[in-house]
Every structure is written in structure tokens, then in C-alpha cells.
Write a protein that binds this ligand. Structure first.
Ligand code: NPW
Ligand code: ADP
Ligand code: MG
Length: 275
């Protein structure tokens, strides 16, 4: 078991070079945000933009597009029912995050199936929330090894298809291999599993136990994936930064909101990039 601390994360965060431009920091596509759960995709999109992503697009329900545009004009939007447009956007993306607020209806199933089908080996695919539930139902073939799954314990129970009590670090590492993914098991003690290694953290606190907190994490990992050296670096850094900011805010707050973490991201990342 490897413990991740600030000393491990700081060197992963690059300075922004003077001759860089938006194309240097990743094209990220977020697919989710059905009418009922529009906020989930909005949180993920804002976390992605404020983690420094170069270009962020969100494919969401038609009525969520206008809310997203007025809250976050930096984010481009698409109608997630326009499948040809969504698949064209997938083709252009460096990273696709699918799931926050996607829902589980027939349209969600169709989008999920198509996205898994067209994703290419050079692209990073992040599966969160409803995409994890759909994955456990459909078990699609996915043609990229740059894969990240971020289940909470309920989603993990569906994916693992066994009781949480039957699990050990060995079975979790075996599941990670079987699923061919960087595996982030979220809980009050979030762990990351990859390539025979379990990573643990000492950050994180119960002020984070509020809706949208996982959507925020998925958006941070997506945003960092276009900037850091590897999907593993983006995952390890994303999990750390998300909870390190929350710990700091929780010194003076009973509950920490995802949007408060998001607004602190540019400042926190700046402090890491200078050291
Ligand atoms: N603002 C918005 O728009 C928001 C929209 N959201 C969107 O809602 C959609 C549904 O996502 P979801 O996570 O709420 O529901 P689901 O997948 O059914 O999982 C819940 C089941 O798992 C179980 N469970 C066990 N352990 C658990 C644990 N540690 N953490 C959590 N659950 C745990 C739990 O057990 P129980 O609590 O009943 O004992 C229950 O049986 C999805 O699209 C998401 O993006 C949210 O992101 C919120 C903000
Ligand atoms: N008690 C806690 N201590 C530390 N972190 C927590 C705690 N409760 C929740 N979290 C974190 O909050 C996030 C919750 O994710 P998730 O359940 O997917 O939220 P949502 O789907 O509502 O966005 C995870 O990153 C988890 O580690
Ligand atoms: Mg979630």
C-alpha cells in the first residue's frame, strides 16, 4: 500500500508555459446531465474548466444547456439526444467523461453503448455515476486502456457483483485487472487501485458527504487528464486535490459544497505549480 501525500502530487502539476494555448491543455467532453440530474454535469463541467482544461464541451439535455451556458459560458454545449453530434464530439476529444447525471433510460443506454464502441486507444475514458451502473448491466468492449472508473460503494457493489464484506486488497487488485481500468473506490477512505498497487490517502472529511461531491471529483480528474503526464497521474492528483481543498475549507465549515471546492481549484493548483 502506497500513501499519497502532497510531496507525491506537487511534482505532477506543471507550470503553464508562456507559449502554450488552449490546445495545449486538453479537449474534454462530458456526457451526462439529463433533465432530472442536470446539476451533476454542470458541477463536473465547472470542475473541469477550473482545473485548467483547455476546451470543455458538455453534452446534456436540451433544457440543461441554457442553465449551463448562463452559469459557465466557458463551456461549449451539445444536445445529448443528437447522437451524430455527440459521436463527432467524441472523435475530437482527448478525454471523455461519461455518466454524471446521465440517467439509465433507453437513450442513456444507447449513448453509452455507442461511446464505448467508438472510443479509440489514444483517448482517455472516465466512467462515473450512471455509466458505471450501465457498464455493470451491459459489460461493453472498450477499445482503450486509458480507462478510469470512479465508483462509490453502491456502484462498486454492482460492478464487482459480490458482497463488499468478501473483499480484501488482493481481490480488489484482481478486480482492477479484470476491469482493465484505473479503479477509484470512493468512500470516507478513498483508494486507487492500479497495476498491482493500492494507493491510500490521509485527506478527506465528512463535510464532503453531500450530493455532487463525486461529480466534482470526476470533473477534476477529467480536467487534469489533458494536462498531466498520464491518466494515473491525473487520477492520483485529482483525488488528492479534491479532498485536500475540502479539508482546508472544512476547518471553518460544517459542510463543504462542490462549488466551493471548484472555486478554490485555480488558486490551489497555482500554489502547487509554483513549487
Ligand atoms: N445535483 C445533481 O444533479 C446530482 C445528481 N446526481 C446523479 O444522481 C444519479 C444517481 O446517482 P446516486 O449515486 O445518487 O445513486 P445510485 O447510483 O443509485 O447509488 C446509490 C445507491 O448506492 C448505495 N450506496 C452504498 N454505499 C454508498 C456510498 N458510499 N455512497 C453512495 N451510495 C452508496 C446507496 O445505498 P443507501 O444509501 O440506499 O443505503 C444506494 O442504494 C447519477 O446520475 C448521479 O450523477 C448525484 O451525483 C447527486 C447530485
Ligand atoms: N465521510 C466522508 N469522508 C471523506 N470523503 C467523503 C465522505 N463522504 C463522501 N466523501 C467523498 O465524496 C464523494 C462522493 O461521491 P459520490 O457518492 O459519487 O457523490 P455524487 O454522486 O453525489 O456526486 C467521494 O469522492 C467520497 O470520497
Ligand atoms: Mg456519484
Amino acid at each position: 500500500m502506497t500513501t499519497i501525500s502532497l510531496d507525491n502530487i506537487q511534482p505532477l502539476i506543471p507550470e503553464r508555459l508562456s507559449n502554450s494555448y488552449k490546445g495545449s491543455y486538453g479537449q474534454i467532453l462530458i456526457i451526462g446531465g439529463s433533465e432530472r440530474y442536470g446539476g451533476a454535469a454542470m458541477i463536473a463541467a465547472e470542475a473541469c474548466v477550473k482545473s485548467g482544461a483547455g476546451l470543455t464541451t458538455a453534452a446534456v439535455a436540451q433544457n440543461v444547456r441554457s442553465s449551463l451556458r448562463s452559469r459557465l459560458p466557458e463551456c461549449m454545449t451539445l444536445d445529448f439526444t443528437d447522437l451524430p453530434e455527440v459521436l463527432y464530439a467524441v472523435k475530437k476529444a482527448d478525454t471523455v467523461l461519461i455518466g454524471p447525471g446521465l440517467g439509465l433510460d433507453n437513450h442513456a443506454k444507447k449513448v453509452f453503448e455507442k461511446v464505448c464502441h467508438v472510443i479509440q486507444p489514444h483517448q482517455t475514458l472516465i466512467l462515473d455515476a450512471d455509466a458505471l451502473t450501465l457498464y455493470s448491466l451491459m459489460e461493453p468492449q472498450i477499445n482503450t486502456k486509458k480507462r478510469i472508473m470512479t465508483p462509490h460503494l453502491g456502484e462498486w457493489r454492482r460492478l464487482a457483483k459480490k458482497s463488499l464484506k468478501a473483499e480484501t486488497e488482493e481481490t480488489l487488485l484482481a478486480d482492477q485487472k479484470r476491469l482493465e481500468t484505473i479503479l477509484v473506490i470512493k468512500s470516507s477512505r478513498t483508494r486507487v487501485y492500479f497495476d498491482n498497487t493500492a494507493y491510500r490517502y490521509t485527506v478527506g472529511n465528512p463535510a464532503q458527504a453531500t450530493g455532487g461531491m463525486g461529480d466534482c471529483l470526476a470533473g477534476i480528474i477529467a480536467g487534469l487528464s489533458g494536462q498531466l503526464a498520464s491518466p494515473l497521474d491525473a487520477t492520483l492528483a485529482g483525488v488528492f486535490i479534491h479532498s485536500a481543498i475540502a479539508d482546508d475549507l472544512a476547518k471553518k465549515r460544517y459542510v463543504v459544497l462542490p462549488t466551493e471546492i471548484i472555486n478554490t481549484l485555480p488558486f490551489y493548483l497555482k500554489s502547487l505549480s509554483l513549487n
